[in-house]
Structure formats: structure tokens, C-alpha cells
Design a protein around this ligand. Structure first.
Ligand SMILES: Cc1ncc(COP(=O)(O)O)c(C=O)c1O
Length: 392
């Protein structure tokens, strides 16, 4: 089928809930993606952070091929080695604890809300989140997301969520009451524009949670699995959360989500209280195990730190050159370039010139290249970005 025929199929049969660009992709490898027009794109926003270690990573592909011939799925009424091994790997790389598996970030957050409420039941059920946060598109995740534009048209949203200003200790102190059971945040807000939590704020948050016996839930759906230069973003802060949620790059391209909780909290969930038919399937878990293996064996955390520093230096040079760049914010390989004007033109220019990035909040270009990105790829991306910003 050619490009137009495929787009026509979407027009006829696929719901129109995404603002798609007229591009059809057929193949991808590492940081490169091929379209039906034979053009090759440099992908600096691989699958909204799903292909965190690069597209079609050879270890993931190999693991999938092996597992596909053996056992794709087994119901959660039984055991499978892959799920057990992946839970162990997540626990050993984080704060211990136990894992519930599902298929997406929203489901992982839903599971976190349910566990927090079950833990606080019956007196405490309110969950505080942050303005400009993004936690997913189910009804409860929509209620938790601190962006009014995401709420429009979906009333009544589930009760028991309220959002407050990010990085604001006073707002936090004022918001907490006797029915608050948990505080949930992204340590680097992705959709919100790559806003980074202050160290002192996160320590304050942890202390307050300890003092008031509230749960600290960290949404690591976007920041987890090495994106920020540590396996999980909370590891930059010298604290441990009580719960964290994962998805996106956990599966290296396969759909998988996980909610991790400290053992004393995890014990609240008993058989029958929560479930997922597909959650933790051997095929998805085998891919996630390969992602851990790639990060460790190929030293991708180190590459994320080094390439993150290099890209930051290059972007700060662009900031020096173009006053329309207000801020460059980053942690590891998670970048936000905030402009004083709308950034759509820069985004469109990049797309037309073979560079895939993202634009969020209207004026912030978001860049999250593969953790295996090279200097050469960064130089190419900077060349295109330089031209793009010069045209704004
Ligand atoms: C921080 C964060 N949490 C949750 C989600 C929702 O994940 P999913 O789209 O897999 O449901 C996203 C998606 O962008 C996200 O960035």
C-alpha cells in the first residue's frame, strides 16, 4: 500500500483522537526510522520514550524471538519464570518491594491509586498531585492529571484528587489534611514541559509523608529505566518513594507497565482486589529483561550521562545564539527547550528536515533521544535544530 492509501484507511476506520502528521513508518533501527517515502528520519523522541534504548534493539528482538517460540502468554492464575525474574530485577534495581504488572502507564497509575486507597481505607482516600502533571488517560488518571485542558468534556471525574503547584512547599503543607493518603508526582514533568523537581522540595515531601504517614508515589513512567542517567529518577534525590509506576521504555517497544510498592504496602492487595489479564505476560517480560540487560551490559546509563552533558552544552550554545530560547532544562537525556514564542514552526521545520522531536505546552520543544545515541547523531540533530530556530 502507498502512503495515501494507508492514511485513507485511518480516515475511514480509525478514530480521530490523535493529531497525526502525514507520515507512515515501516522500519526502525536505533535512532533511525524509515518512512514509506523512503526518507530516513533521525528519531529524537522515539515512541514518546517507549524505545528508550533505541528502536528494535537487538537484545530485545532476540529475546522476543526466543520467547515467542516457547510461551507467549499464561494467565495470572499460574506462574511463569519471566514474570518472577522481571519483578526481581525491578526490585533489585530500586527500593526492593513487590511488583504488580499491567500493560501501560495509565494502568500502572490506576493500580497505584487503588493500592493507596486500599491501604488508607476507610478514613483516608485523598490523593494530591501536581499542576502541569500528566498521569494518563483513564478517568482516574485524568482526574489525577493537573491540567484543566485534559478534563474538559469528561465530567464527572472520579473524586478524591486535587492538584497543587509543583515545587511549592507551602502549597503542599496547606493541601494536606487528615484524609490525604498519598502524594503523587513526576520528578521531571514530561508533558508539563520538562520541569524538574527541586532537591529540597523532594526531601521536604518525603519528610512530610513520613511525619503524616502518607505514601509518596513517584510516576516514573517517562523518567524510569535510565532516561535521566540513573535507573530511576528518584535515585537523584537521596530518597526512596513508597511506590513507583513504570511503563514506556520498560518493554523496549512491547506494551508493559508495572506498579512497585514497598513490601508492607504491597501486602494490602489480596487475591481478587485487582488484576490484569495480559499483565506480566512471558513475552512482554522477556523484552523488559532484555532492556535491563542492554542498559547494564552496554553501559547505557553512562552514555546517557555523557551524551546528556554533550547535548546540553550544544543546546546552551543555541540558547546563547537565539534570544527566543528562554530556558534549556534537562536531566540526563530528557530535554525541554522553552521558547518565548510558539514552537510549532520549529517542530514542523525539524520534521520536514528529517528530525523527529516533540512540542509540548505550545512553546516547549521536547527531546529525548535513545540512551544509545551517538555524538554524530547529536551533531546532526543540532544542525537541524539550529536551522529550525533560526527560521522562527
Ligand atoms: C508521566 C506519565 N505517566 C503516565 C503516562 C501514561 O502512560 P500510557 O500512555 O502508557 O498509559 C504517561 C504518558 O505519556 C506519562 O508521561
Amino acid at each position: 500500500m502507498d502512503t495515501q492509501q494507508i492514511i485513507q484507511l485511518y480516515d475511514d476506520y480509525v478514530m480521530n483522537n490523535y493529531a497525526r502528521k502525514n507520515l507512515v513508518f515501516v522500519k526502525a533501527q536505533g535512532s533511525r526510522v524509515w518512512a514509506t517515502d523512503k526518507k530516513v528520519y533521525l528519531d529524537f523522541f522515539p515512541g514518546w520514550a517507549v524505545s528508550g534504548i533505541g528502536h528494535c534493539h537487538k537484545r530485545v528482538v532476540k529475546a522476543l524471538q526466543k520467547q515467542a517460540g516457547q510461551l507467549l502468554h499464561v494467565s495470572n492464575n499460574y506462574y511463569s519464570e519471566m514474570q518472577g525474574r522481571l519483578a526481581e530485577r525491578i526490585a533489585l534495581n530500586s527500593f526492593g518491594g513487590k511488583v504488580f504488572f499491567c500493560n501501560s502507564g495509565a494502568e500502572a497509575n490506576e493500580a497505584a491509586f487503588k493500592l493507596a486507597r486500599a491501604y488508607g481505607n476507610p478514613q483516608r482516600n485523598e490523593i494530591i498531585t501536581m499542576n502541569k502533571s500528566f498521569h494518563g488517560r483513564t478517568l482516574a488518571c485524568t482526574a489525577a492529571t493537573g491540567q484543566a485542558k485534559c478534563h474538559v468534556g469528561f465530567d464527572p471525574l472520579p473524586a478524591g484528587f486535587k492538584s497543587i503547584d509543583f515545587n511549592n512547599k507551602e502549597a503542599l503543607t496547606n493541601a494536606v489534611n487528615e484524609s490525604t493518603i498519598a502524594i503523587m508526582l513526576e520528578l521531571v514533568q514530561g508533558e508539563g514541559g520538562v520541569n524538574i523537581a527541586d532537591k529540597s522540595y523532594v526531601r521536604f515531601l518525603r519528610d512530610l509523608c513520613d511525619k503524616k504517614n502518607m505514601l509518596l508515589i513517584v510516576d516514573e513512567v517517562q523518567t524510569g529505566m535510565g532516561r535521566t542517567g540513573k535507573m530511576f529518577a528518584y535515585q537523584h534525590y537521596g530518597i526512596e518513594p513508597d511506590m513507583m509506576t513504570l511503563a514506556k521504555s520498560l518493554g523496549g517497544g512491547m506494551p508493559i507497565g508495572a506498579m512497585v510498592a514497598k513490601k508492607n504496602i504491597a501486602g494490602t492487595l489480596r487475591p481478587g482486589m485487582h488484576a490484569s489479564t495480559f499483565g506480566g505476560s512471558p513475552i512482554a517480560c522477556s523484552a523488559a529483561l532484555a532492556v535491563f540487560e542492554a542498559i547494564e551490559k552496554e553501559k547505557l546509563l553512562l552514555n546517557t550521562i555523557n551524551m546528556g552533558e554533550y547535548l546540553k552544552g550544544e543546546l546552551l550554545q543555541l540558547k546563547g545564539k537565539y534570544p527566543i530560547i528562554k530556558h534549556v532544562r534537562s536531566l540526563g537525556l530528557m530535554f525541554g527547550i522553552e521558547m518565548i514564542i510558539n514552537a510549532d514552526r520549529a517542530y514542523d521545520f525539524c520534521l520536514a528536515n528529517g528530525l523527529l522531536i516533540n512540542c509540548t505546552q505550545g512553546n516547549i520543544l521536547r527531546i529525548m533521544p535513545s540512551m544509545a545515541v551517538t555524538k554524530k547523531e547529536i551533531n546532526k540533530a543540532i544542525e537541524v535544530l539550529d536551522m529550525a530556530i533560526s527560521k522562527c
